[in-house]
Design a protein around this ligand. Structure first.
Ligand code: HEM
Ligand code: HEM
Length: 234
């Protein structure tokens, strides 16, 4: 999905990330970042620690949503975009080496690998959060892996903005990116995006409402009970 570099004037701004894509990105990235920040800035005895667990669960919800969008979402969200041929990866590495600006409709191969690794790592972090023998060892180590990947992502976005001399990271805010010869999406799927936003807020509300800190149990009516590692107090 890459295009050769082209004169800046010829590069139109087209819609690449529809609203469901942006809700999925920001829901996942904000909840993951909140979970990380709370874990680093508090300990299991503190009053806010339960939000570490709840934000971690919410990032799991948004990851589940991303898996579904990979099957039924807009073109740049489909799973097929994640798997590049060796030639495409070689070309991409050559572009980076030559510090050349190239447009991509959707994820470039670097972002695709970053996202795949993060999507594999987060379920492991969430899983180890529930396992008593691993929560104090592997859980923390794996979450440093997430932190490392997020750092690479932010550096990559900054490098891309510098190469193109434009605010390309904001593509995930307004949905539009510049490209010379690819056509954008024809619809922003606003209705579906609003529905996913409301659903995400509802899940966050249910997690906060039905998590009992004293017993470390999540008991949402009509759903199976989930038992969390007991949060030690005092
Ligand atoms: C801090 C936590 C963040 C995380 C965990 C994160 C995660 C991700 C993930 C997983 C993707 C791949 C999307 C997909 O599945 O299709 C992605 C793409 C993207 N993110 Fe983030 N992100 C974060 C912060 C940001 C910030 C602060 C911005 C800029 C304002 C941003 C802008 C973008 C853009 C533009 C893409 C598309 C990349 C491309 O076109 O190659 N992200 N991000
Ligand atoms: C539902 C999911 C999660 C559960 C049940 C959970 C549970 C826990 C618990 C009980 C601790 C305290 C461990 C101790 O006693 O020192 C902890 C620490 C921590 N968690 Fe989570 N967590 C979850 C999700 C996440 C996520 C998504 C991240 C970030 C990627 C994360 C990052 C951390 C970090 C960095 C620590 C501190 C580790 C340390 O001090 O060594 N957790 N978590």
């Amino acid at each position: 999905m890459s295009e050769p570099s082209s004169p800046l004037a010829a590069r139109r701004s087209v819609l690449v990330w529809d609203l469901p894509a942006r809700i999925s990105h920001w829901g996942f990235s904000l909840s993951l970042t909140a979970s990380l920040l709370i874990a680093f800035r508090s300990d299991p005895e503190s009053a806010i620690f339960k939000y570490h667990i709840l934000a971690g669960m919410l990032s799991g919800w948004f990851l589940g949503l991303r898996l579904v969008l990979g099957l039924v979402g807009s073109a740049p969200m489909r799973w097929g975009c994640f798997f590049q041929t060796l030639t495409q990866i070689r070309t991409y590495l050559g572009e980076i080496w030559a510090w050349r600006a190239v447009d991509h409709f959707g994820l470039n191969p670097g972002s695709a690998w970053f996202a795949l690794l993060l999507y594999l790592l987060v379920p492991l972090v969430v899983y180890t959060g529930f396992v008593a023998e691993w929560v104090e060892t592997w859980h923390g180590r794996l979450s440093y892996g997430c932190l490392f990947l997020i750092g690479i992502h932010l550096l990559g976005l900054a490098a891309h903005a510098l190469r193109h001399r434009e605010a390309s990271p904001l593509a995930m805010v307004h949905g539009r990116a510049k490209g010379a010869s690819f056509d954008g999406l024809t619809t922003p799927n606003t209705g579906a995006g609003i529905l996913l936003l409301l659903l995400g807020l509802a899940v966050a509300g249910l997690l906060c409402r039905y998590f009992d800190e004293a017993t470390s149990l999540l008991q949402i009516p009509y759903l199976p009970e989930i038992s969390f590692p007991l949060i030690q107090k005092g």
